[in-house]
Write a protein that binds this ligand. Structure first.
Ligand SMILES: *Cc1c(COP(=O)(O)O)cnc(C)c1O
Length: 432
C-alpha cells in the first residue's frame, strides 16, 4: 500500500517514508492511496482471536510486501504487551476499554506501534533517529512511555514549566534512559514553535530529526486494529454502531478506514464536547473551524480537527456522503458530570469525562434507534481525571497502578529557555 498527501501536491510514498516524514512536504496529511478489500480477512477471524495475532495479520494484509509477515509479527510483539478489553456494561451498550496500556489512554496503541515500527525499520537500515516533540501534558506521556527503551531512538520532549499537572510531569520526567525532558521557561506555544523550528534549522540539518505527533500515519493505522478486534467479539451484521469520543478525529478516522476496507459496520457516531465543529458541519453543511474552548473532557478540546482533511478526502468533500457514515452528537459539561454520576450509581461503572461524553451520545443514539447495539470506545482510565470524577460522584477514583508507581519516582528535567536557539544549542551539544 502506498500513501499520498491529502493535499495531492506531493509524490506518493511508502509506509516507511510516511512514518519518518510525519507531515507531507505540501503540509497535508498522509492517507492510503488505495482502498483494499479485506472482507475475507475479516470474516476469517475467529471470535476468540487474540488482539496481537489480529494486529499482526492486519499489518501484513495492509503493508506487505513492504512489511512482511515476520517483520509485522516482531513489531506487534514489541508494541503490544497490553490489549483492549470488552465489557457489556448495560444490555446493548458494550464498552471497548482502550486504557490498559502504559499511559492509561487509547493513544498508547498508536504511540506504541509507531515507536516499535520506527525502531525496527531503523535497525534494518542500521540508522538512528531523534524524536523532538512538544507537549501540553497528556499526549507527550504516551509518546515517552512508548519510545522508552527503544535502542535506536532518542526522544526529546519539550514541556512548559509549571503548566502541566503533577501527574503529567511525572510521566514525562521519570523515565530516564533514552527519554530527555526539557522543562521550558515559557508556555506551550513556545514549546511547539521551538520544536517546529528545529526541523527546518540548517544548523541541525545533519541530525536525524523526526516527529511523533498525532497526525503520523504510524499512529493512525494501529487504531484500526481494535475496531476489528471489537467486531470479532460482537459479530453483528446489520445495524450496529461504534460511538467514538472525538477531538482531533484521529480515532474515528481509523474506524472509518476499517469500514472502508470491508469491516461490516454501518454506523459511526462522533461524540464531541462543546468543541463541535464536525457535528455542526454534519447538521448545516458548513465547516467552520474555530478556537477551542476549555471543557471537562479536555483531551477533546480541539477547534480545528486536523484529521478533518482525511475525512474530507474519504468522502470527496460531500456532506451527504459524510452523513451516510457518521452522525455527530454534542454533550455539554453539565451533562458530562451528570452522566459520570449516573453511570456510576446505576451501573456501578466508573468512566472518565471523555468516555462519559460518549456514553451520553450512545444513549441518545439508542433512543433514536431502538434495539441497535453500540460499542462505545472508552478512551482513558477514570483515575487519570481524579478531580472531575470526584466532583461528579463524591468518590475519589484510584490512580491506576502503573501511574501510582510513577508518582514515587524522582523528576529529572533539564531547564531551558524559550527561544529557538536555546533548543538548537542544546541539541548540538547533546547530539552534534
Ligand atoms: C486524544 C483523546 C481523545 C480524542 O481522540 P481524537 O483521536 O483526537 O479524536 C479522547 N479521549 C482521550 C482521553 C484522549 O486522550
Amino acid at each position: 500500500m502506498d500513501f499520498i498527501s491529502t493535499r495531492n501536491n506531493s509524490e506518493r510514498v511508502s509506509f516507511t517514508e510516511a512514518l519518518f516524514r510525519g507531515l507531507a512536504p505540501d503540509g497535508g496529511l498522509y492517507r492510503p492511496l488505495s482502498t483494499p478489500d479485506l472482507t475475507s480477512f475479516f470474516t476469517s477471524l475467529s471470535d476468540k482471536v487474540p488482539f496481537n495475532e489480529l494486529a499482526a495479520g492486519l499489518t501484513t494484509a495492509l503493508l506487505a510486501p513492504e512489511i512482511d509477515q515476520e517483520t509485522a509479527k516482531s513489531i506487534i510483539m514489541d508494541a503490544f504487551d497490553f490489549a483492549p478489553r470488552f465489557v457489556e456494561v448495560f444490555p446493548g451498550i458494550h464498552v471497548l476499554e482502550l486504557f490498559h496500556g502504559p499511559s492509561c489512554a487509547f493513544k498508547d496503541f498508536g504511540a506504541s506501534f509507531l515507536a516499535s515500527s520506527m525502531n525496527r525499520l531503523l535497525a534494518g537500515r542500521d540508522e538512528r533517529a531523534i524524536i523532538v516533540t512538544a507537549t501540553s501534558g497528556d499526549t507527550g506521556s504516551a509518546v515517552a512511555q512508548a519510545f522508552h527503551g527503544k535502542n535506536r531512538i532518542d526522544v526529546v520532549i519539550l514541556y512548559p514549566s509549571g503548566r502541566v499537572s503533577p501527574l503529567q510531569e511525572k510521566q514525562l520526567t521519570t523515565l530516564g534512559g533514552n527519554i530527555t525532558a526539557l522543562e521550558v521557561n515559557g508556555n506551550f506555544d513556545d514549546c511547539q514553535r521551538m520544536a517546529k523550528a528545529a526541523f527546518t534549522d540548517d544548523a541541525l540539518a545533519d541530525l536525524p530529526l523526526s516527529s511523533a505527533n498525532s497526525i503520523n500515519l504510524g499512529r493512525l493505522i494501529p487504531q484500526s486494529f481494535y475496531y476489528v478486534w471489537a467486531w470479532t467479539r460482537m459479530r453483528y451484521i446489520g445495524d450496529f454502531a461504534f460511538v467514538v469520543p472525538s477531538g482531533n478525529f484521529g480515532n474515528i478516522t481509523a474506524g472509518l478506514y476499517a469500514a472502508a476496507w470491508g469491516l461490516p459496520v454501518n454506523r459511526f457516531v462522533a461524540a464531541t464536547n462543546a468543541n463541535d465543529v464536525v457535528p455542526e458541519y454534519l447538521k448545516t453543511g458548513n465547516y467552520r473551524p474555530r478556537s477551542s474552548v476549555a471543557t471537562f473532557s479536555n483531551a477533546m478540546d480541539v477547534g480545528a480537527p486536523s484529521n478533518y482533511e482525511r475525512l474530507e478526502d474519504l468522502y470527496h468533500k460531500d456532506v451527504e456522503v459524510f452523513r451516510k457514515h457518521i452522525e455527530g452528537l454534542t454533550v455539554d459539561d453539565e451533562t458530562t458530570l451528570e452522566t459520570i454520576r449516573r453511570v456510576h450509581f446505576d451501573y456501578h461503572y466508573l468512566c472518565c469525562p471523555h468516555t462519559a461524553v460518549g456514553w451520553r451520545a450512545a444513549e441518545i443514539y439508542r433512543d433514536r434507534n431502538p434495539g441497535v447495539p453500540v460499542a462505545l470506545l472508552s478512551t482513558a482510565h477514570p483515575g487519570k481525571f481524579v478531580e472531575i470524577v470526584e466532583k461528579a460522584t463524591g468518590r475519589r477514583p484510584e490512580l491506576p497502578g502503573a501511574l501510582a508507581k510513577l508518582m514515587e519516582r524522582k523528576k529529572e528535567a533539564i531547564p531551558i529557555g524559550n527561544t529557538d536557539s536555546d533548543l538548537r544549542n542544546w541539541l548540538l551539544s547533546r547530539f552534534g
